[in-house]
Design a protein around this ligand. Structure first.
Ligand SMILES: [Mn+2]
Length: 430
C-alpha cells in the first residue's frame, strides 16, 4: 500500500504557520517593491522551479569504508518512488525521478510507468551503470567499459546503454546520462589518446541509437575509482566529446567533480555559450567528490551558478534548457529530509538570482565598476527569500515548513515497520 503524507496534516500545519508567513511575505514584498521588483512575479517563477530526485538518493549512502543502513530504507524502485512522492508532496518542487540501471531494473517497465503515473511522478534522465560488474555479466569492467581494451567488453557496455534508452522510452524519459569510471591508477598504464578514441567510438554507437528529441549527457569526474587519470576527467574532455558526437550530446556538470577551487560558474557560462550545457548534479563538497547536501557549505557558489543560468534565461540564449537534478550521499541524515532541504536550497539560489538587477550589473561591467558589480550580486544573494519559497510551496499544496510536517507525519516510523532492514552493511558509494 502506498503510504503518503496526509493532505489534512499539511493543511493543519500550514494553518498554524500562515499568519507569520503572511507578515514576512508582505514585508519582503515592500522591500522588493522599493527595488521595482514585483514579488508575485518572482513567486510564480519559484512555483515553476523543478529539480529531479536521484532514485539512489532515497537510500542511505556510504563511503568505501562502510555503510550504516537507515530505518525503513526503500528496497526497490517502487519504494524509492514512494519516498520520492513524499518529498514532492511536501516540497512541490521534485516531480521528476532519475533512475539508475540496472539498480532500478524491473521485469515490466509498463507496470513501473503506471505506478509512477499513479504517484504523479515523471521520469528524468536515465543513468547507465558500467562502473561495476553485475552478477552473470560476461565481461568485466575492471579495466574500463566504453574505453576497455577488450572489444567484447566495450560492446557489452554499449549494449547496456542502448537497453537503457529502450527502457527510458517506455518511462517517457528524454535523456541518457553516461558516466564511466574508466581511467588508470598508474602512470603509463593507459595510452591517453587511444583510450579516449575507444571511448568516442563506443559513444558514437550509443549516440546513433538516440531517438529524436533525446539528449545524451556526458558526466565528467576528476578521480575515483581511477586515481591517476580518468578518460572523461574534466569539462575540457567532456565538451570535446560532446562536440565530436553532435548536437544531441551535451555536458553535465556535477558540482563535486572538479578540482578544488575551480570556477564552476565560469565553466557553466562556457557550456551555455556553445549550447553544450546539458544539466546538473547538485551537491556540495569540501575536499573532493564528497556528495554533501546542496548549498550546505558553498551557498554563494551555488548562487553564482544560478546567476549564470538566470542570465542565460534573461538573454533568451538559444538552445538553453538544462536539467536540474540532485546527486548526494546521505550518510547520517534521513535521506527524505536531506533531499527536501537540498531541493529548497537549490530553489533558493534560483530565486535569489532572479533578484539580480541585470541592467545595472551590465552597466557596472561596461564601466569597469568592479565594486558595484560585485555588490549588485551580493545584494540579491543576501536577500532572504524564505517567504517566497514557503509561499510557493503553500500555494501548490506543499508544506510551509516541510521538515516539521514530515516529522509530524511519522512517515519514517511507519515505513520502518513495512520495510524490515535488509541487513546490508557492506560498503556503498552511491
Ligand atoms: Mn553525479
Amino acid at each position: 500500500m502506498t503510504q503518503r503524507i496526509d493532505k489534512a496534516l499539511i493543511a493543519e500545519q500550514n494553518d498554524k504557520l500562515m499568519p507569520a508567513l503572511l507578515e514576512d511575505y508582505d514585508a519582503l514584498a515592500r522591500k522588493l517593491a522599493r527595488q521595482d521588483i514585483d514579488i508575485e512575479r518572482i513567486t510564480k517563477q519559484a512555483e515553476l522551479f523543478q529539480i529531479a530526485i536521484p532514485s539512489w538518493g532515497t537510500g542511505t549512502g556510504g563511503t568505501r569504508f562502510a555503510r550504516f543502513p537507515g530505518e525503513g530504507e526503500p528496497r526497490n524502485i517502487f519504494e524509492k518512488l514512494e519516498d520520492s512522492a513524499v518529498i514532492n508532496d511536501l516540497s512541490q518542487a521534485t516531480e521528476r525521478v532519475s533512475p539508475h540501471f540496472p539498480w532500478d531494473k524491473v521485469d515490466d517497465f509498463k507496470e513501473l510507468k503506471q505506478y509512477s503515473d499513479s504517484l504523479n511522478l515523471k521520469w528524468d534522465s536515465i543513468n547507465s551503470n558500467t562502473f561495476q560488474d553485475q552478477q552473470d555479466q560476461q565481461h568485466s569492467y575492471k579495466y574500463g567499459s566504453l574505453s576497455n581494451t577488450s572489444e567484447a567488453a566495450r560492446e557489452q557496455a554499449i549494449e547496456h546503454n542502448v537497453e537503457c534508452i529502450k527502457w527510458g522510452k517506455i518511462l517517457g524519459s528524454k535523456t541518457l546520462t553516461v558516466w564511466v569510471g574508466d581511467g588508470s591508477n598508474h602512470p603509463g598504464q593507459q595510452h591517453f589518446q587511444h583510450a579516449f578514441e575507444r571511448y568516442l567510438n563506443s559513444m558514437k554507437k550509443i549516440y546513433a541509437e538516440l531517438p529524436a528529441g533525446w539528449e545524451l549527457h556526458i558526466e565528467h569526474k576528476m578521480f575515483e575509482p581511477a586515481f591517476y587519470s580518468t578518460v572523461i576527467q574534466d569539462w575540457g574532455s567532456n565538451i570535446l566529446a560532446a562536440m565530436e558526437l553532435g548536437p544531441q550530446a551535451k555536458s553535465l556538470v556535477d558540482l563535486g567533480h572538479h578540482a578544488p577551487n575551480v570556477n564552476i560558474e565560469m565553466i557553466v557560462s562556457r557550456l551555455i555559450q556553445f549550447k553544450k550545457l546539458g544539466g546538473f548534479h547538485f551537491n556540495d563538497s569540501k575536499y573532493g567528490d564528497d556528495d554533501l547536501d546542496s548549498g550546505s557549505l558553498h551557498p554563494y557558489q551555488q548562487f553564482l551558478i544560478f546567476n549564470e543560468l538566470v542570465d542565460a534565461q534573461y538573454r533568451k540564449q538559444e538552445g538553453f534548457n538544462p536539467n536540474y537534478m540532485l546527486d548526494q550521499s546521505h550518510n547520517v541524515t534521513d535521506p527524505i529530509e536531506s533531499l527536501i532541504n537540498s531541493a529548497a536550497s537549490v530553489q533558493r539560489s534560483y530565486v535569489a538570482a532572479l533578484l539580480v538587477n541585470r541592467p545595472a550589473l551590465t552597466d557596472y561591467q561596461l564601466n569597469n565598476d568592479a565594486l558595484m558589480a560585485s555588490n549588485t550580486l551580493k545584494e540579491a544573494f543576501h536577500t532572504d527569500v524564505t517567504p517566497i519559497l514557503a509561499m510557493a510551496r503553500a500555494r501548490k499544496g506543499g508544506a510551509i515548513d516541510p521538515i516539521r510536517t514530515y516529522r509530524q507525519s511519522a512517515y519514517r516510523a511507519t515505513v520502518a515497520k513495512q520495510r524490515p532492514n535488509s541487513g546490508g552493511n557492506g560498503s556503498g558509494i552511491v
